[in-house]
Ligand binder design. Structure first.
Ligand SMILES: *Cc1c(COP(=O)(O)O)cnc(C)c1O
Length: 449
């Protein structure tokens, strides 16, 4: 049934077709299928599994596609993955609004490039997925009110807040641990106002997450305010991220496209999953490197076939301090379903000392980077063969990790205008104790109508 539907979807004629996603639970069992809109609205499947495309079609005319502009090409890529569920004009508006900034490929050495994914409003690659999800949710909810409730320890809060800022009928409540986020990080999501409500909780990140869970278990709040988590496992984010892998290859000179190696700094492995979906669709990438910090569950697993997470350790590349990556089942599915050969993926763990060294080596090459990208650069430069061309993903702007970068380089780096502007603004965050009753009262009063 789905194969037939895909052939139709490809011709872009029939807008009655639904996107089709299947829930992965133990990988062998298709637990629940959903349309694209349902998968985006639900986040997790009915059995707490991750959604995954029922089919990943190959694109034809790749050269022509690669020569198109980013937005135009991204519409084709997304149309192929989600079917004809969104009208052409709707999808185009979503993509144009979400991808309103470039993803330049910058040469670092003769055969290594950095794909800079940090030119969005919060200076990290999460802007791509966050903004696409926000625009999509807004389009498919057709004006019905939604409340996004999320807890953040930094990065994701900023991306979500900016992505939803100013969207009608969607309110966002962001809980964060009071005094435990760098002041600049905090200002990226507490100074927006409007439909963005930042709440400082007297407690740690776990306390914030517990409050979020309690709210989702409370029917008054869940139903009354139409809660949605908009979290990082949402399928819409992943699909958006597929697009910038095509954008990367489009900027590689045609003569160097044969032996491409992409190194992905990985934490929850969403970014790598997106890259592998792009390869499954026909993007010419020879192989991927899963680059991690010392939280190395995946590199060890790829070596030994033994899934043995250890306690998470804090590192400089803190967005990758994850020992149980929640997107891994999607990568397993790509391999089990035969879209990706296991041999196309290796893993490399980079410790703190080598991350420091990589930051300094990059600076010597005239390229200021940050710890996450440095992990990926180290893994790549260590592994790249003479006949290969390498790309590592620059997932955040160096200024977001200013202290670490300045320490490693022994010299100051400048702040980009986005951060300078926000540093002088006043925080609009409210403060609450670590108490669910107080949060509930706050939310129902502010948002319930
Ligand atoms: C989130 C994040 C990562 C990890 O990405 P995953 O998709 O979770 O693997 C890497 N670098 C930065 C800067 C991030 O914010």
């Amino acid at each position: 049934m789905f194969a037939g539907y895909r052939r139709k979807a490809h011709s872009l004629q029939n807008y009655n077709d639904k996107g089709s996603f299947v829930e992965l639970v133990n990988l062998k069992v298709a637990q629940d299928t959903a349309s694209f809109a349902e998968a985006v609205q639900r986040g997790l499947g009915k059995n707490q599994g991750l959604y995954f495309p029922t089919d990943i079609p190959k694109l034809d005319n790749l050269d022509a596609l690669l020569s198109q502009p980013f937005v135009e090409r991204s519409i084709t890529v997304l149309r192929t993955l989600i079917g004809n569920e969104l009208e052409a004009e709707t999808l185009e508006n979503i993509v144009r609004t979400a991808f309103a900034f470039p993803a330049p490929l910058t040469p670092v050495t003769d055969n290594i490039y950095s794909l800079e994914l940090f030119h969005g409003p919060t200076l990290a690659f999460k802007d791509f997925g966050g903004r696409f999800m926000a625009q999509t949710l807004s389009a498919i909810s057709e004006g019905k009110p939604i409340t996004i409730l999320t807890a953040t320890s930094g990065d994701t809060g900023a991306a979500v807040a900016h992505a939803f800022h100013g969207i009608d009928n969607i309110n966002v409540v962001i809980l964060f641990p009071k005094g435990k986020i760098s002041p600049l990080q905090e200002k990226l999501f507490t100074t927006l106002g409007g439909n963005i409500h930042a709440v400082a909780i007297d407690g740690d990140f776990d306390a914030c997450q517990t409050l979020v869970k309690t709210a989702f278990d409370d029917a008054d709040v869940r139903e009354g305010l139409h809660l949605n988590s908009a979290n990082s496992i949402n399928i819409s984010r992943l699909l958006a991220q597929v697009c910038y892998y095509f954008e990367a290859v489009s900027q590689v000179p045609a003569s160097k496209r044969d032996n491409l190696v992409v190194s992905v700094p990985s934490g929850n492995f969403g970014n790598l999953t997106a890259g592998m979906i792009a390869k499954a669709m026909g993007l010419p990438v020879k192989r991927f490197i899963a680059a991690t910090n010392i939280n190395d569950t995946v590199p060890r697993y790829l070596q030994s076939n033994d899934w043995a997470p250890k306690p998470t350790q804090a590192t400089m590349s803190n967005a990758m301090d994850v020992s149980q990556p929640n997107n891994w089942p999607r990568i397993e599915a790509l391999m089990q379903k035969g879209y990706i050969d296991k041999a196309c993926l290796t893993g490399t763990a980079v410790d703190e000392e080598y991350t420091h060294l990589a930051l300094r080596q990059l600076a010597q090459l005239g390229y200021t980077s940050e710890p996450h990208a440095a992990v990926a650069y180290r893994a790549l430069s260590h592994d790249l063969k003479d006949d290969e061309t390498g790309i590592f993903l620059g997932t955040a702007h160096p200024a977001k990790f200013r202290e670490t970068v300045e320490n490693a380089l022994g010299q100051p780096i400048s702040l980009p205008p986005e951060l300078k502007a926000v540093a002088s603004k006043e925080s609009l965050a409210e403060s609450l104790s670590d108490d669910y009753a107080a949060l509930k009262a706050f939310m129902l009063e502010k948002l319930g109508k």
